[in-house]
Design a binder for this molecule. Structure first.
Ligand code: NAP
Ligand code: GDP
Length: 344
């Protein structure tokens, strides 16, 4: 029998790659989608088949992580074998402005999913999208036993969801696991995260559309990996014999500055002529070194990252140069429109 998966956050970067992976393995995939006033399925449109088609294996359902009753009804209806909880407010900088919403979705949303599974007595496996942001300033390299010291509302919300997942595993015997994923990027990365903001800007500067890129902290170090490799790791966690938490990371880190230099150099531009500082992009707490030790995942799941750091700059810049060449929309630099939130 083909398996059935339920994926929250299916319209996001990871959800779209995970849906591709699961459909490729023959799964029936059900995704949770927020109702929006404009289409928000751009990352998965290429996967969609009309539901009237007897071969359709991707089904979308409206819902929100803040609505526990809806989540319960959907899970009872779908009866999934595997549940991947990837949804939530995922931007660290935004979480400082919107801590209540971040806690409600990124933190309590996971509890609502776990509780819905428990109350319905579903026999399914649960994956929680935990984050290296839970580690804050804990010394690198960070692994599954590193102390959690989150320093943002996002990191605190993720730590709550992480601990709840462990509690449901230990207290109720659920197959519930957390993947502690370090930053992972791709051409589908949200446009306001550092790597994508840089790759889009490099494409526009090279095309002569604009001259400057405004950034905050250039000294922070991140362990940047490639998102399609990370969703494979998520799937492997749910195929393991025993449930457990796993770090997924490349084991290498570079600074924001290193990434910026590589992205500009890739198209032959001098970054110092184009990058300017704007304090709006600083966070109240940052400049950590996040560098993960994924040896448990390699040992027990056979998972290993192959693409890291500045390699991603070339992949992402090439994709944005290509996208710009086909973009017919007039470009507006939202970060410079007075009154527009500068959360990028
Ligand atoms: P993303 O691109 O920002 O996607 C977030 C997804 O959550 C989107 O589908 C979004 O829907 C959905 N969502 C947001 N609020 C929701 C709500 N209240 N109810 C239902 N759906 C909601 O994030 P990502 O990069 O794919 O990351 C996936 C997960 O892994 C997130 O939980 C993130 O925090 C975590 N994570 C990511 C990284 C990373 O480096 N990418 C690292 C560690 C952990 P819309 O499309 O409608 O906005
Ligand atoms: P994060 O690690 O989850 O916060 O992922 P981001 O991609 O949002 O940020 C990565 C790093 O880049 C953080 O240390 C940020 O402080 C730093 N950074 C510097 N300038 C910017 C900017 O303009 N936008 C974003 N998003 N991050 C920036």
């Amino acid at each position: 029998m083909p398996k059935t998966a339920f994926v929250t956050g299916i319209t996001g970067q990871d959800g779209s790659y995970l849906a591709e992976l699961l459909l490729g393995k023959g799964y029936e995939v059900h995704g949770l989608v927020r109702r929006a006033s404009s289409f928000n399925t751009g990352r998965i449109d290429h996967l969609y088949t009309d539901g009237h088609n007897p071969d359709a294996r991707l089904f979308l359902h409206h819902g929100d992580l803040s609505d526990g009753a809806r989540l319960s009804r959907l899970l009872v209806m779908v009866q999934p074998d595997e549940v991947y909880n990837l949804a939530g407010q995922s931007h660290v900088r935004v979480s400082f402005d919107d801590p209540e919403h971040t806690t409600n979705t990124t933190g309590m949303g996971a509890m609502r999913m776990l509780e819905a599974i428990r109350m319905a007595e579903l026999d399914c496996r649960f994956y929680q999208a935990s984050s290296s942001a839970m580690f804050g300033p804990s010394a690198p390299p960070q692994d599954e036993s590193t102390r959690l010291e989150p320093q943002s509302p996002y990191g605190v919300a993720k730590a709550y969801a992480h601990q709840m997942t462990r509690n449901y595993r230990e207290g109720y015997g659920m197959f519930a696991v957390s993947g502690i994923l370090f930053n992972h990027e791709s051409p589908r990365r949200g446009e306001t995260f550092l790597t994508r903001k840089v790759s889009r800007a490099v494409a526009r500067i090279q095309a002569g559309i604009e001259d400057y890129l405004y950034l905050g902290d250039l000294d922070a170090e991140r362990d940047w990996g490639y998102a399609p490799e990370y969703v494979e790791g998520m799937w492997r966690m749910l195929q393991a014999d025993e449930p457990g938490d796993y770090v997924l990371a490349t084991g290498r880190s570079c600074t924001v500055r290193d990434f910026v230099v590589a992205a500009f150099e890739h198209v032959g531009l001098d970054w110092e002529k184009h990058v300017r500082f704007d304090e709006r992009y600083l966070r109240p707490t940052d400049t950590h070194v996040l560098r993960g030790d994924a040896s448990r995942a390699e040992r027990e799941l056979g998972w290993r990252a192959s693409i890291a750091g500045t390699d991603l700059a070339s992949i992402m810049v090439d994709a944005d140069v290509e996208a710009l060449a086909h973009d017919t929309q007039p470009y507006v630099d939202r970060a410079r429109v007075p009154g527009w939130p500068a959360y990028s």
